[in-house]
Each structure stands twice: as C-alpha cells, then as structure tokens.
Design a protein around this ligand. Sequence first.
Ligand code: ASP
Length: 358
Amino acid sequence: MKNLIAAVALALMSHAAMAEDAPKWSLAIHGGAGTLDPKAMTPEKRAAYEADLQAALDAGSKILADGGDAMDAIKAAIIIMEDSPLFNAGKGAVFTWDGTNELDASIMDGRDRSAGAVAGVKTVKNPILLADTVRTQSEHVMLMGAGAEAFALEKGFAVTPPEYFATPARREALERMKAKKLSALDVDHKFGTVGAVALDMKGNLAAGTSTGGMTGKRWGRVGDAPVIGAGTYADNRACAVSATGWGEYFLRVGVAHEICARLRAARAMNWLSFDNKGAPIAPEAEDIAQTVQDVADAVMYDVAELGGDGGVILVTPEGHAIFSFNTTGMYRGRATSAGVNEVAIFGGEEKASATPDH
Ligand code: ASP
C-alpha cells in the first residue's frame, strides 16, 4: 500500500514537473481601451466586437499551438482587427481634421529586438505588414508619410484607395467634433487601437500595435502606437507590451519600454523574493504573476497621474498574459497553452488565471 502511494505520488510529481517543463505559449490582444458605457453596449454590438476579437485570438492561437512563431501569431491577430471596421486601425480608422485616414503601426521581435514602424500612411491596407517589412527589408526602424508609401510600392504592396478606410461612424465622429467643438476624447470616449503580444513555444516574444490615431488629429500628429518603447516593445529577457490610450501621455512615460525595464530589474533581483535571513528564494508562480501585474499597474498609474488614460496588454517569458487599464473597459482577449481562451470588454470580466500553469 505504502509503495502504491509512493508510486502515485511520484507519478503526480513527474506529471507536475512535465507540465512545468512543457513548452508554453501565450497570446493577448486588445482592440482599444476607453470610457465604454455598459448601457450603450447593445447585445448586438457586444456580439459583433466579441466575434471579431475571438477571430483574432483564434488566428493567433492556432499558429502558436501548431508551434509557429510569436511574430506570425501577432501579425495574424492584428490583420483581422485591421480588416474589421469596428476598430480604429486599417478599415475603420478615425478621421484626421482634414477628413483623411492616416495610419500608424509598429512591430518588434523580442529575439533580437529588431523593430519596424510606419506613421501617417494612407494607402496601405495592413500597416502592420508594412511595419514588419521596414523591420526586415530596410536599414531603418521608422518610416513616415509619402516616404513610407514609396517604400511600400517598392516592396510590392498594393495601393489601397483611401475610401477603403473610411466608415460612416468615424466620419460622423469628426463632424460632431467640429460642430460641437469637442476634443478627441469627448467625441469618442474610447480609443480602438489594436495590438497583440505573444510568447511562442520556442520562448520568443513579439509585440505589435496598429492605429488610426485620434479623431481630428492635425499637423501630422503622431501618437505612441508607432513609437518603439511607447506603444510597442518586446524583449525576450523581459516581456512584450502593446498599449492603447491617449498617446501623448504614453509617449511621455515611455510606457512599453518602462514596463519591460522594470520587469527586467525585478527578474534580475529574483523577483524580490528573499527568506527571513535575506537569502533569495525561488518565488512561487503566483507571486511572479502578481509582480508582473503590479509593475504594469504601477506604470499605468504613472500615466493616470499625468492626466492620461488607456491600457496595456503584456506577456512574459513564463507565459503570463496580463491586462492593465485605467479606463472602464478595454476590448481584449487572451489564450494560453493551459487552455485559457477568453474575450472581455468591461473591467473585471476575466474568468481565468493569467498564468499558464494554474
Ligand atoms: N494610442 C493611440 C494614439 O494616441 C490611440 C489609441 O490607442 O486608440 O494615437
């Protein structure tokens, strides 16, 4: 009997060890944060947003579950949201003051910290793919405006007519803004940028973000989304982050890099876990998850203190998929190799734990 118990215990332990060692993947996506009003969210609207978020999550998850690259997973997820008219990226982008749609995007590979970004492009259907082409086929990190479009042409991107991006709801928002002399925040109360972050089974991290910016933007205004370190950052040693919110504040805080830098420091200090004699101890997985959440919350708190709002998504090398936002809602979703698969809109709707092992 004793032997049987010992054998079962051993089997359970080795199963736990296997689960611990099994390659993990993790994906988080967002479709923008903002002051979302639950009363204005009809069941039909909610279903439409959830369907597109789920489609993006499924496209990225499938690649990761099949052993594919984090970079491919985030591109697949972002393309679906760029193509959806519901989000402020690609089709459905907000209007500038002059009545055009000007798109920004950035992408970063955590393996080598190679990065690409474009700002103010008007005729590229999927700006995230152009950003990735800047990363892989140019010596540069960021291209803007007419130059970015000339580069796109040279690399074989089709010219998409500007009308493709325009939607009646976004045009109406610009007209309302002008008629009532509203600010970009008053007119939308929400953002709608899209982004994705992923960990693949090889342990590589990737992050990407794509946006139309903010309604009524002028003078070539560029927000945080295409700026590496502000709206997007990925580093295999720390985390992958994509942000959404009032870009000026995210730029000033350097949100995405700030989160990764703090996590690198926490990791270097063994997650600040010490026994009562001051010796470092291996932290529990839950403690690490909490530290990651605390770091993201602290940086978002910094944004709020300056007067900004919005949110971030991040994944870590351990596979945590974390959200942090200081708005009432953020269109979001996450999926992991442990079977987590959920989309959510308002605060506190998550059902699953963020850690793949739990
Ligand atoms: N962060 C974006 C910007 O400021 C807006 C957004 O997140 O929707 O351009």
